[in-house]
Design a protein around this ligand. Structure first.
Ligand SMILES: Cc1ncc(COP(=O)(O)O)c(C=O)c1O
Length: 388
């Protein structure tokens, strides 16, 4: 399996955002792409085989997610996340970002408040702003090298709000929230009558030694006020198939959300989305186990390397997924200079920390280590060289 993950695929010219869209954000296209959160690994053979098999039929008409697709999703939810869902409680959605946008439209009005914890995956900030909702950010604290929720601050921000959008596990920190933390969030949200969107897209990439808890499972309160989003897209590197799932056990909340997406026909899906997800969930387990091992080794390697060569740089150890949140501020260089050096000296594309919550994250950058080890090494060497 390792040989597969070590293989360097040329993705240029495939219209992939990570390799072909750098000009938009960095002003040039010749960087080593360590930004957008997909991986430079070939997807599991089972998925490619099932997609190819479908292509042997020459008609690609309107398609729905049938029994077999739903069964595969339900089984994954039960075996991997201890969620016992019924078929009518889940719904295909074309993406989790789209799902969050649908929630904003279906469950809130302009001017109503939406709470997030920062730093956070940028669409959590951009969608409420775009929709003229009041965005309230509760800054996470760093305790023992990982993110922690400031419950006093969170409670203040939840007052009178409508929604909390939670990244569970957390992007960019890779923090896996423990059950008791989630239970505390559920108690607060129950008290303040908040609907919680738990975005669990990174859950299946939880690393060894950590246990992902699905928000909906922590209490009856959580079950009653939450929408859970899961997806095979990060896990199996199939983001381009646009295949995610919403799970809502509360019948009233479910009716509101499903009526909205069905009424406007926002989530009809496509042939490859259903086939890719079903194949991943049914047959992708062994591939995923090998991937997790490779990612763990990449993470260990990158952290060790950075620690040795640039001890002043603070790297948060992820407990899930393949993203490293790095704080370079102790080097004393202005943010714009760090950015300039990464782009123009190192020629490496990293995500700019300020996109995750504004100027409080100057000095921070996010690096994607979901790539062959040799490319990771190349990136690390270039970063170190441009800072010496
Ligand atoms: C926390 C989080 N949610 C959602 C997404 C994107 O989800 P989708 O492609 O299903 O819209 C990402 C991608 O990086 C992510 O990190």
């Amino acid at each position: 399996m390792h040989e597969n993950f070590d293989h360097i695929w040329n993705r240029k010219g495939t219209s992939c955002v990570k390799h072909d869209m750098m000009e938009r954000d960095f002003g040039r296209n010749d960087l080593l792409p360590m930004w957008v959160a997909d991986m430079d690994f070939a997807v599991p053979d089972c998925i490619l085989d099932d997609l190819r098999r479908r292509l042997e039929h020459p008609i690609l008409g309107y398609t729905f997610g049938g029994e077999s697709y739903k069964e595969a999703v339900l089984q994954w939810l039960e075996t991997r996340h201890a969620i016992r869902a019924m078929a009518e409680e889940i719904h295909y959605i074309p993406g989790i970002v789209a799902g969050i946008a649908f929630c904003l439209q279906a469950l809130t009005r302009e001017g109503e408040a939406v709470v997030v914890t920062t730093p956070i995956y940028p669409p959590f900030l951009n969608l409420p702003r775009h929709g003229h909702r009041e965005l309230r950010c509760s800054p996470l604290r760093v305790r023992n090298g990982r993110f922690a929720i400031d419950f006093d601050d969170l409670e203040k921000r939840l007052q009178g709000a409508r929604l909390l959008i939670l990244s569970n596990p957390h992007n960019p920190g890779g923090t896996v929230w423990e059950a008791d933390i989630l239970r505390q969030i559920a108690d607060l949200c129950d008290r303040h009558k908040i609907t919680v969107i738990s975005d669990e897209i990174h859950a299946d990439l939880t690393l060894q030694g950590f246990h992902h808890t699905s928000y909906v499972t922590v209490s009856e309160k959580a079950r009653n006020h939450s929408i859970t989003f899961i997806a095979p897209s990060k896990t199996f590197n199939i983001a381009g198939l646009s295949s995610s799932v919403a799970y809502i056990p509360n019948p009233q909340l479910r009716k509101t959300f499903f009526d909205y997406i069905d009424g406007y026909e926002l989530a009809n899906g496509n042939i490859f989305a259903y086939i890719g997800a079903e194949s991943a969930f049914r047959h992708g387990g062994p591939w995923l186990a090998s991937l997790q091992k490779y990612l763990q080794e990449n993470i260990d390697h990158a952290i060790e390397y950075l620690h040795r060569e640039l001890p002043a740089v603070n790297v948060m150890r992820p407990e899930a997924s393949f993203l490293l949140w790095m704080d370079f501020s102790a080097l004393g260089l202005p943010h714009a200079e760090l950015r300039r050096r990464f782009i123009h000296n190192a020629q490496v594309a990293l995500n700019d920390g300020t996109a995750f919550g504004g100027t409080a994250y100057e000095g921070c950058f996010r690096m994607n280590v979901g790539c062959p080890r040799s490319l990771l090494d190349e990136g690390l060497q270039r970063i170190i060289r441009c800072l010496l």
